[in-house]
Design a protein around this ligand. Structure first.
Ligand SMILES: [Zn+2]
Length: 454
């Protein structure tokens, strides 16, 4: 047993020792060379040109710091300059993108390393990009660049170019927005190093970071559903610092992508001819979410004060309540329905009142359907299509035995007419049991040439 006087003298010694401790240096701070106001997360080298009409103003006249993340190096597609293809083309396009962005003073540029995946199905792109690894890198880059705002492609199936890679970058950017502030997500990235001046630390020493606003832009062929959903930036104004219109700066930035006929070559020709019609289109953004006070259409940086924002958890996945028999549009469509809810983006579900897709005449329309049976017994569900003249059913019309408390995924295929004037048409899939409807799916189809296979 210790006597009270012994305890008192031990306490005294400890206090004296503390007073003599050396002072530690200040904690290392995040590296400000990498701090961004705006982080752009897109799919391909040249995708940044979708918003350069706005970035010209933000960078040259508002002195915003911008960083860019590309999902791929652009290893697919035609080469308007030479024979280089595949990985060689990707190596060229990485440099084209770096040079284009350097023209705007943007030097902090990274590539997630996914392959170009032509098509309109976001799930195929997420697969080939190795979703988990790409997301880990995106979260790392959000923590490194600490952006106030993220701008990315709209995660929605639209009629238009509707590239699955574009959508994949929007999905990953959204996930990164919601995860980068969560210390339990990729915790190895935020564990401080044992000795930062030495080797073999193995953990990364970043800090969690919650961005404050998330904006989208779309490559839909029609923009009616985007009006008023976010800020709109005219590109015809003259940059006070540069003395030329913003569209001219955007065109010049695009000229670096010379392997790409529909961007670099187009811009080169526009400048040679002095015809800037293409670049005079306004930049339309869609507000995904804002953690600060700011209106839907106000400026991207409106309401933002620099500094840390508390982590803003999202609801996450909640299983839907199903009763009886039902049918839903599956694949990317059903993914998005749950994705938006999980990420507090419910308003994106209201952008299109009817699902839509664009295909070229003669192409096949693949619509994945899911028949749900929440009853206690197996049910036989008949699927049939109602289609416009000139179309035919290639797969999907049948009677499906759907097990109790289970679902039956069906890949339906419709063949569109070989020739058609550009037109919007509707196709309908109906589900019935013994002549009684259990639901139907309507999809608007834009028959138009160009764009990607579905
Ligand atoms: Zn692209």
């Amino acid at each position: 047993m210790s006597s009270p006087s012994i305890i008192a003298s031990a306490f005294c010694l400890a206090t004296l020792a503390a007073a003599e401790l050396p002072k530690a240096p200040p904690a290392p701070r995040p590296d400000d060379r990498f701090k961004a106001d705006i982080l752009i997360i897109v799919a391909h080298p040249d995708d940044e040109t979708a918003v350069t009409g706005y970035l010209a103003k933000a960078i040259f006249d508002e002195h915003r710091r911008v960083a860019v993340v590309f999902g791929t190096r652009g290893d697919g597609g035609g080469n308007a300059m030479g024979n280089e293809q595949a990985a060689a083309l990707g190596a060229e396009r990485e440099i084209e993108a770096r040079r284009a962005l350097a023209f705007f003073g943007v030097m902090n540029v990274w590539f997630l390393g996914g392959p170009d995946t032509p098509g309109q199905d976001v799930l195929r792109s997420l697969e080939t990009w190795n979703h988990g690894a790409a997301l880990a890198q995106a979260v790392r880059l959000v923590r490194l660049t600490r952006p106030e705002v993220i701008l990315t492609w709209l995660p929605l199936y639209v009629a238009g170019e509707n590239h699955g890679d574009h959508q994949a970058s929007g999905v990953i950017a959204t996930e990164a927005f919601d995860l980068a502030g969560d210390p339990t997500a990729f915790p190895e990235q935020i564990s401080p190093p044992r000795d930062r001046q030495n080797i073999s630390n193995l953990t990364e020493g970043l800090q969690p970071w919650q961005p404050k606003k998330l904006y989208y832009f779309s490559d839909a062929s029609h923009t009616d559903f985007l009006e008023g959903k976010g800020p709109r930036y005219a590109t015809t104004g003259v940059s006070p610092s540069r003395g030329v219109p913003y569209y001219r700066l955007a065109a010049e930035e695009m000229t670096f992508h010379l392997t790409q006929g529909d961007t670099g070559q187009l811009a080169k020709e526009a400048i040679a001819k002095g015809d800037f019609k293409y670049f005079e289109q306004p930049v339309l953004l869609i507000l995904g979410k804002s953690l600060v006070k700011s209106s839907v259409t106000s400026d991207v940086l409106d309401g933002i004060a620099e500094g840390r924002s508390p982590f803003a958890p999202v609801p996450g996945y909640r299983p839907p309540n199903r009763e009886g028999l039902s049918i839903e549009l599956g694949g990317p469509w059903s993914f998005y329905r749950e994705f938006w809810k999980a990420h507090a983006l419910d308003h994106l579900a209201a952008l299109l009142s009817t699902p839509e897709v664009a295909i070229a005449p003669g192409e096949r329309l693949h619509l994945p359907l899911v028949i749900h049976n929440a009853t206690a017994e197996t049910r036989n569900v008949e699927l049939s299509a109602t289609i416009p003249q000139g179309w035919s059913v290639a797969a999907g019309q049948a009677v499906y035995p759907v097990d109790a408390h289970n679902a039956y995924p069906v890949e339906t295929v419709l063949a569109s007419p070989q020739q058609s004037e550009p037109a919007w048409q509707a196709v309908v899939w109906k589900a019935e049991v013994e002549g009684k409807s259990v639901g139907s799916i309507t999809v608007r189809v834009n028959l138009a040439t160009g764009g990607l296979p579905q």
